[in-house]
Every structure is written in C-alpha cells, then in structure tokens.
Ligand binder design. Structure first.
Ligand code: 13P
Ligand code: SF4
Length: 351
C-alpha cells in the first residue's frame, strides 16, 4: 500500500484531503469522536458524544466503516456492538485508557469468588465501560452489566433489584460517588485494593465494594483547587466529572458525564462563570463555543491518550480504507465479544 508522506503536508492540505476522503466514502463511513478529542480531529466527527452516546451510535449506524476517534476501550465496545460486516478502525490504536488496564478479569475473579462466597452468592458485578473486553465478558457471564458515567446510578438501582451487594470495577471514584449520591452510607461502601492483601471479612457490612482503580486525569483535581476558585469567583458554578475524588465532588455544585457537562453549560444563563473539572480539550472548546459565558478549567488536566490522535492519523486510516486495505482494525475474540455484548445490552436496555 503506498501512502502519502503525511509529515510533508500542510495542515490545509490535510483538512482538504480528509474532506475529499469523507465525500468519496459517503454513507459507507461514520466517524465517531469523543468529546476529549482535539479540535483538529473532532471537527471531522459525524457524531460527537460521551461514552454512552457513542456506543448507541456504534450499535445503530449502518456504515460499513466506523472510525472511532477516542481510546481503545471505546473502539473495542463499538466492535462488540456493531454488526459482523462492519469494520471498526481506531486512528491511533495505541491510545489506551490507563484506568481500563487496572483490572484484569483474573484479578476481579479473585475478589468476586471471595465476596460471593461470603455473601452466599448475593453479589452482582457492574463494570464501568472504561474496562477491557475480557472484564465486560466476565461481568456478562455473572448476570451483571456495564455502565457509563451518565447512567451509573440507573445501573446501580437496576443491580440492587437483582442482588443485595454490588462489586463495581475499575473506578473507585465513580463507584463511590454514585453510591453516595444514591444515599448509601459511608460505612456500607468498601474498597477492594488488589495490591493490599484485601480482607473480605472487613467488607462484610458493605453493600457496594469498589475496585481501587482511578483515572489519573480526574484524580489530579484536589479540594484545594475548588477552594481557590471559590475564593476567586464566589458566584461560579463548579461542575466536575464523577471520576473526580469524592472530596472534590462534595465541594462542587454538580457532576456530569462529558455530555452532561455540555448540557449544563448550554443551559446556564449568559454572563455565568462556570468552572469545569474535566479534561481540558473539552473545557477550552466549551469556552470557545460560549463566548457569552466565562468558562474556566478547575485546573488544567490533559488526557494524553485522548490527545494522541491527530488529523494526520485520521487521514492515514481513511486513505487505507480507500485503498481497500484498512489499517488499525479493532477486533474482539468472538467468545469474549459474545459475553461482553450481554453486559452491554443489559446497560442499553436498563438506561
Ligand atoms: P464520558 O462517558 O463522561 O464521556 O467519560 C468517558 C471518560 O473516559 C471520562 O474520563
Ligand atoms: Fe481514561 Fe481518564 Fe483518559 Fe478518560 S480521561 S480516557 S478515564 S485516562
């Protein structure tokens, strides 16, 4: 396959070449873009969204080629949800979410066995979508479901209709924030630390056990950042993503998924100061799109994985499709995909 020398192209040439490739591929192509993608990439997305919205798009689009600008677990989820004749492509296949790699199915299995035995089988697993396909499959095989940051409370409520205890992986913070927001008491929320010789008996009185995993972008926000911003802008509305630590959430005015944050910004009155605790590609885009409001990052945090995709990477994969030899195709082993899909379908039905 002979490809162009992308580094020698000007930005304008790249933009024009992507538009031409999109026009040529027409309805056979859908480009999905997560809100954390760079402006230079997101401008080409046919659909932008949070994890849940992009999963729904992947499950319903008829396009033969789904080019997913995001991180690997998102493209992998799209590959599980789309049809057998569709092809999912990730422009930078090395763009991995580090949090998704903090829980393997084998590690979770140890926690599951210990807790399930202690509670006589009265335990349901729920995994955040930011997880590897093998863990989603593990959860699907044990009657559990996937959730995202926009439907975690709905999935927890669904889970409690099935069983008395939940094991939530891999984000300690989303799990804890969701449980607290549902009114679950502090003493009923426990943490499973795979690196710290966890003692199941110490968790006997818990209703929710959360895996000790985290997002390094969102755990970079600290309570003192909120205090400092409040002192500087006393009338500001502070919105944070629920992957932030509970102490940060407690000091903020609202939490939301990336799309939830966007909706709150759109609904805020002109002149409002809004401080946002999430990845800064999204925060700066919102500031640019809403010049009538003052929009500031709580603290500047970048997701390095999300920022890996550049428009030249997008052009490269579009060229490969046009040449009939798509590169960076994301596939999932069929048995893993089958069970992961069970867990994802439960989410899509319950939310
Ligand atoms: P959203 O589902 O809110 O878009 O979150 C995805 C994510 O990776 C946040 O860090
Ligand atoms: Fe993963 Fe955090 Fe990046 Fe989201 S922001 S993709 S959770 S590392």
């Amino acid at each position: 396959m002979s490809l162009r020398n992308y580094d020698d192209m000007s930005d304008q040439d790249v933009v024009e070449a992507i538009h031409r490739a999109k026009a040529e591929l027409g309805a056979s192509l859908t480009i999905l873009g997560h809100h954390y993608q760079r402006d230079e990439v997101i401008q080409f997305a046919d659909y932008r969204g949070d994890s849940l919205e992009l999963s729904r798009r992947a499950a319903t689009t008829k396009a033969k080629y789904i080019v997913f600008c995001g991180v690997y677990f998102m493209a992998e989820t799209a590959a599980i949800l789309c049809g057998p004749d569709q092809i999912v492509i990730q422009p930078v296949i090395e763009a991995l979410c580090p949090m998704a790699r903090l829980a393997t199915a084998a590690e979770v299995s140890e926690a599951w066995e210990a807790l399930s035995n202690m509670w006589g089988g009265d335990l349901l697993p729920i995994t955040y979508q930011n997880s590897i396909a093998e863990l989603k499959a593990f959860v699907g095989q044990r009657d559990g479901a996937v959730c995202t940051s926009s439907n975690a409370a709905a999935l927890f409520a669904w889970g409690f209709k099935q069983k008395g205890h939940l094991l939530f992986t891999p984000d300690e913070h989303l799990g804890t924030n969701t449980a607290l927001a549902m009114g679950i008491a502090d003493r009923e929320i426990g943490v499973w630390d795979r690196l710290g010789s966890p003692d199941p008996a110490a968790l006997r009185d818990c209703r929710v056990v959360v895996w000790k995993g985290y997002c390094y972008v969102h755990t970079g926000f600290e309570p003192q950042h909120v205090d400092a911003i409040r002192a500087q802008y006393p009338d500001a509305m502070i919105i944070v993503h629920p992957e932030c630590p509970r102490e940060v959430v407690a000091k903020s005015d609202a939490t939301g998924s990336t799309s939830g944050i966007i909706k709150m910004v759109e609904q805020a009155p002109a002149g409002q100061t809004i401080v946002i605790g999430t990845e800064c590609n999204l925060v700066y885009r919102l500031a640019h799109e809403h010049p009538d409001k003052r929009i500031l990052p709580l603290y500047e945090r970048t997701c390095r994985s999300m920022s890996m995709t550049r428009m030249r990477n997008l052009l490269y994969v579009l060229d490969s499709i046009l040449m009939g030899q798509p590169v960076n195709v994301v596939t999932v082993e069929p048995e893993t995909a089958r069970w992961a899909r069970v867990a994802l379908d439960r989410m899509l039905q319950a939310s």
